[in-house]
Design a protein around this ligand. Structure first.
Ligand code: ZN
Ligand code: ZN
Length: 358
């Protein structure tokens, strides 16, 4: 982490992301935008709070928006500490606004949506989730530093875990080893660590069980530590000393696809194009059907964020975005290989934040 902090938010002179959101809201002719999703609230204000309605009211003349953080007493100290200039109001009072067109997050719980509908029966509700995700996709320098630190810690935990691993240990035992390191050195797991011994790796989201990791068997581990509110993400395979010819061939193929993806990640490329670059390497070798998932996703306060790199993605990469490059080939009953790195899009290419050997 460097010493840079997220710029404090004030009711009148807000965080740059709030100002950008107000601009988008004005273009959509909204009277107010309501943000309650924890990661969205965090990205806009810096405050970690799971019971908030951040209300941004744009001014018709384009002037500074009115910003109010509605929450309950449990979170008032956190708001005062993290965003001291932000106006705080009691959670239930957000229902008193007199708004005709309200922006909401399409990811909200159905019960919250019904509550909103009930509170504003005549208002038109407009989904602005993609606007918020677009603002979150480009990271601030402080967020980039935090995520790079989390990814570096993830590398360190992977190195330590490998020293602890011994043939005969079960997947669950190895999962516990990684978890223990994540709890000791970071803030726990960003997602449930995936450990696949031998042919179990053919199932790409296999839940670790009592399968033992046998001598001369490959191992696949997908892991991400949480640190200071942000996530890391990386997948590595331990290649046995005497791999089968087939495993060696598939490993080299997936690595070539991973490298092709990294070489292509730069500003201006779309998520769809990036996915295709890596996918073509695998497809041309005849294993297209064995790569059934998307190439990658953004990482930040959540483990899966915008932008996505998939067959359908219409995101365009910009400097400051983060994306994983994680091609895989899965042959049921035989083997599975996935190699995942997290990259930061820079002005003229990308910087790989995962440094573990592959
Ligand atoms: Zn992963
Ligand atoms: Zn991932």
């Amino acid at each position: 982490m460097n010493g840079k902090k997220t710029k404090p938010v004030s009711g009148d002179a807000a965080h740059p992301r709030i100002l950008a959101l107000a601009k988008k809201a004005l273009r959509r002719r909204l009277d107010a935008v309501m943000i309650g999703d924890e990661a969205n609230v965090r990205a806009l204000t810096g405050v970690a709070c799971d019971n908030a309605r951040l209300v941004v009211e744009p001014r018709a003349d384009g002037g500074e928006p009115r910003v109010t953080f509605y929450t309950d007493f449990r979170y008032v100290p956190a708001v005062k500490r993290t965003a001291p200039d932000l106006k705080v109001a009691d959670f239930k009072d957000f229902r008193r606004g007199n708004w005709k067109r309200i922006g909401f997050e399409g990811c909200m719980a159905a019960s919250d949506y019904l509550d909103l509908k009930g509170a504003f029966p005549r208002a038109k509700l407009v989904d602005v989730l993609k606007d918020v995700h677009a603002l979150r996709a480009v990271k601030t320098p402080a967020e980039i530093a935090a995520i790079a630190a989390a990814e570096a810690l993830n590398d360190e935990i992977w190195a330590r875990a490998q020293e602890d691993f011994k043939p005969g240990m079960t997947e669950k035992e190895m999962q516990r080893v990684i978890r223990a390191w994540m709890n000791a050195l970071g803030d726990g797991e960003a997602f449930e660590t995936i450990v696949c011994a031998g042919a179990n790796a053919a199932e790409c989201h296999h839940v670790p069980d009592d399968t033992p990791w046998r001598e001369n068997e490959p191992l696949l581990v997908d892991m991400g530590v949480k640190l200071a509110g942000v996530c890391a993400d990386m997948t590595r395979c331990i290649v046995p000393r005497r791999p089968s010819a087939e495993y060696r061939k598939i490993y080299a193929l997936v690595l070539a696809a991973n490298r092709a993806g990294i070489a292509a990640a730069r500003p201006g490329i779309t998520g769809r194009e990036l996915d295709k670059v890596a996918r073509d390497v695998i497809r041309k070798a005849g294993f297209g059907k064995a790569f059934g998932h998307a190439l990658g996703h953004g990482v930040g306060y959540e483990i899966h964020e915008a932008p996505t790199a998939s067959k359908k993605s219409d995101w365009t990469l910009e400097p400051g975005m983060l994306v994983t490059i994680e091609p895989g080939v899965y042959l049921p009953g035989k083997l599975g290989v996935r190699i995942e790195d997290l990259v930061l899009v820079t002005k003229d290419g990308c910087e790989v934040l995962s440094h573990s050997a592959k």
